[in-house]
Design a protein around this ligand. Structure first.
Ligand SMILES: NC(=O)c1ccc[n+]([C@@H]2O[C@H](COP(=O)([O-])OP(=O)(O)OC[C@H]3O[C@@H](n4cnc5c(N)ncnc54)[C@H](OP(=O)(O)O)[C@@H]3O)[C@@H](O)[C@H]2O)c1
Length: 221
């Protein structure tokens, strides 16, 4: 467990996932830098954090570049379609830092992924940020799972993938703080599988009416 307080920038903090992640880790040993291009979105998030974690260390930021410059870990809580533009904005200040890819690059009908079959959103992000440590995480958990990570009596698993061992351990601690059981699934090339897994869970959610509160659990002896 890290004893140094890490600084985490959440880009897109006012969105469903950005706010769910912020609320779930606000009670941890982190300093949170929250950026959203619509600053009004951050108002209710701040109230929620202050109410539930009066000691939380967080602030609103005015741009992704400044947020990423100050951060140890950068979470891009934005649609995959916005990641290239953001990567271009933060590249010079994201060198050697952990950048978390949470994106599921699905089409509007939840029928297929929009990335080529031989790659993934996370691997594309790694190409756009060649000097950062891109880690896939939080893509197999729905936003609603963060409020109730125990589903049907079981703590939801959350898969992580990446090529840097130390970064994987750091993100595993973050995932645990958020309330999930972290499972390191493998290198960054496993990201395509994780993104396909969540496409399947979305399709099952729509078909079976899981109300966007569903997750994965590996059962084993
Ligand atoms: N929702 C889920 O349950 C879930 C689960 C796992 C993974 N994910 C992934 O999480 C990511 C976010 O999904 P979401 O459901 O949270 O979406 P969302 O509620 O629509 O939030 C998206 C956020 O991204 C921001 N954004 C969009 N384009 C941007 C740009 N060009 N520059 C800066 N910020 C930009 C939006 O800002 P504005 O407020 O200005 O629009 C908003 O804050 C997606 O990649 C999705 O695949 C979602």
């Amino acid at each position: 467990m890290s004893i140094t307080k890490q600084t985490i920038a959440i880009i897109g903090a006012g969105g469903n996932m950005g706010s769910a992640i912020a609320k779930s880790i606000a009670g941890g040993n982190y300093r949170l830098l929250l950026f959203d291009q619509s600053s009004e979105q951050l108002g209710s998030l701040s109230e929620d954090i202050q109410e539930n974690h009066p000691e939380a260390d967080f602030e609103h930021m005015s741009c992704p570049h400044e947020s990423s410059w100050e951060a140890d870990i950068i979470i891009l809580a934005v649609p995959h379609g916005a990641e290239k533009e953001l990567a271009d904005k933060i590249r010079d200040v994201a060198t050697q830092k952990i950048v978390i890819s949470i994106a599921n690059p699905v089409d509007k009908d939840f029928r297929k992924l929009t990335t080529r079959p031989d790659t993934s959103a996370a691997e594309e992000l790694q190409q756009w940020l060649p000097h950062s440590k891109v880690i896939k995480a939080f893509n197999t958990t729905f936003a609603a799972d963060f409020e109730q990570p125990v589903i049907d009596g079981k703590q939801t698993d959350a898969f992580i993938a990446g090529d840097n061992e130390e970064a994987l351990q750091t993100v595993a601690e973050l995932v645990e703080t958020a309330g999930f059981n972290p499972i390191i699934a493998g290198g960054l090339s496993v990201s395509g599988t994780l993104e396909r897994m969540q496409l399947l869970l979305m399709q099952l959610t729509i078909k079976n009416g899981y109300e966007w509160h569903a997750g994965w659990k590996i059962l084993h002896n």
